[in-house]
Design a protein around this ligand. Structure first.
Ligand code: PEP
Ligand code: CO
Length: 464
């Protein structure tokens, strides 16, 4: 690609761009960052791409999840381990339901920059720039905190490195071994209406492992190879550019700050700087697809980002809202159809279902989240396509940010443990409920449903 370089995006308009008070300092930080070691390797990146190609063919299922925004303050052992636990536990339920392997991708180790609808925020007559994620500025409402600080890119890189280092250590150390059920979070099961269903699945998994091991006389190959990949929105292009590298024995360029960067809905302009940057890297990439995207615009995005229809290269993450998906998704499925190389379709049932309560709290209704996911499975199937993944915002703790779920969390419960800086996340139990729902749905779609394990509609969910 001769007309592309890691900084060619600078010739285009960048939506959501950050203007530093001192541009030279920004450039110095980019220079420093570009000399530091990469966070991931090209072979991991290419490995993920081939797994996503398998997901697009229906041989795997993508589970992508984590915080809306990671914060530097929450870069600690418990928070990271809890995120691994919830993703792992969800993935095992999905493997069981879908009867196929699951690709685990965290929204972590770099999910520090946020697009914002409003550029400024006013409190008690004082107006300041909005908080745009720890990679850019800080959330306190003071002029100093809200000033964009280029040094935050270095702090973000360091936090991402600490996070990924700990995750790799957990994986290598056997923390994710499905034999070690005792490491997992089972607190949520204490009073959960889903306890019975989960325990049945866990028992089946345990029995299957034991059976296979008795049969082959040891651990089956690959059981220790449970992998986690990292992802974040590639929003702040100076940070992404700084970690865009060439590597020996590979052609082209890789973004080695993460395995799987995605383009957010607000920056998915085919003529904009983000698409320009993303078209030149070899990573598998995601694009958020929102309700206002036209079929023609989607085709231009696909043409720009995956002109050679490379399998696994492009994941379309749609996020319409439960009321709009039925109207918007079908024509986009048609627009993206490619018999020789299908894109991977992934449903983000979170971002189109955000509401503000009468008390001014941002929340999401769990029924609407399940409804969007349920419709996504059906619409894809009815249009000769396939839903190959789910993308969620979740916490590994018992937060109270989304209403609903089996326990019927209400608006007046939200203040108990509302910790998100930005979007409301599913808590541990809601995330497991979503995984159990998706697993049942896939099992039913696979034609393997039995009376007891058949699919229940969201309405039929047990509720207090
Ligand atoms: C997000 O994923 O946190 C986000 C801002 O999503 P979207 O770009 O789809 O609005
Ligand atoms: Co979000």
């Amino acid at each position: 690609m001769t007309d592309w370089s890691p900084d060619s995006w600078r010739t285009k308009h960048a939506a959501q761009a950050v203007v530093y008070p001192c541009q030279e300092e920004g450039e110095r930080v980019v220079e420093q960052l570009s000399k530091l070691p990469p966070l991931v390797t090209s072979w991991e990146v290419l490995g993920l791409k081939s797994q996503l190609a398998e997901a697009a063919r229906g041989e795997r299922f993508l589970l992508q999840g984590g915080d809306c925004a990671e914060s530097f303050a929450a870069c600690d052992a418990a928070t990271i381990a809890n995120k691994i636990k919830i993703l792992l536990q969800m993935s095992l339920v999905l493997v069981h339901g879908a009867q196929r392997r699951v690709v685990r991708v965290g929204r972590f180790a770099g999910q520090y920059a946020k697009p914002r609808t409003e550029e400024f925020e006013t409190r008690h007559g004082v107006t300041l720039p909005t908080y745009r994620g720890d990679l850019i500025n800080r959330s306190e409402f003071t002029p100093e905190a809200r000033r964009p600080d280029p040094q935050a890119m270095l702090r973000g890189y360091e936090r991402a490195a600490l996070t990924i280092n700990f995750i790799r250590a957990l994986v290598v150390g056997g923390f994710v071994d499905p034999h070690h059920l005792d490491y997992w979070n089972l607190d949520w099961l204490k009073d959960s209406p889903m306890a019975g269903e989960y325990r049945r699945i866990a028992r089946t998994i345990g029995d299957s492992l034991q059976f296979t091991e008795s049969l082959v006389g040891g651990y089956p190959g690959g059981i220790h190879g449970i992998e986690f990949f990292t992802s974040h929105e590639g929003l702040h292009l100076p940070y992404e550019q700084a970690q865009t590298r060439q590597v020996p024995r590979q052609h082209g360029w890789f973004n080695l700050s993460t395995h799987f960067p995605w383009i957010g809905m607000r920056t998915a302009d085919p003529d904009g700087a983000h698409v320009e940057y993303f078209r030149g890297i070899r990573n598998p990439i995601g694009v958020k697809v929102g309700p206002n995207l036209s079929a023609e615009c989607l085709q231009r995005l696909i043409q720009a980002l995956n002109p050679e229809s490379e399998p696994g290269r492009l994941t379309l993450i749609h996020r319409f809202g439960s009321e709009r998906i039925a109207d918007r998704l079908p024509r986009l499925i048609e627009a993206a159809r490619s018999p020789e190389s299908p894109v991977l379709w992934c449903c983000d049932p979170m971002h189109g279902n955000t509401r503000t309560t009468s008390g001014g709290i941002k929340t999401r209704n769990f029924d609407e989240i399940l409804s969007e996911l349920d419709q996504a499975f059906e619409i894809h199937r009815n249009h000769g396509s396939r839903l190959g993944g789910v993308h969620v915002e979740l916490a590994g703790e018992a937060v109270t940010e989304c209403v609903g779920g089996a326990r019927g969390l209400r608006e007046d419960d939200l203040h108990h443990a509302y910790r998100s800086y930005l979007d409301p996340r599913l808590n541990y139990e809601q995330a497991m409920e979503l995984a159990l729902f998706a697993a049942r749905k896939m099992r039913a779609l696979n034609g393997q449903a039995t009376g007891a394990e058949g699919f229940h509609s969201p309405e039929a969910h047990s509720r207090r």
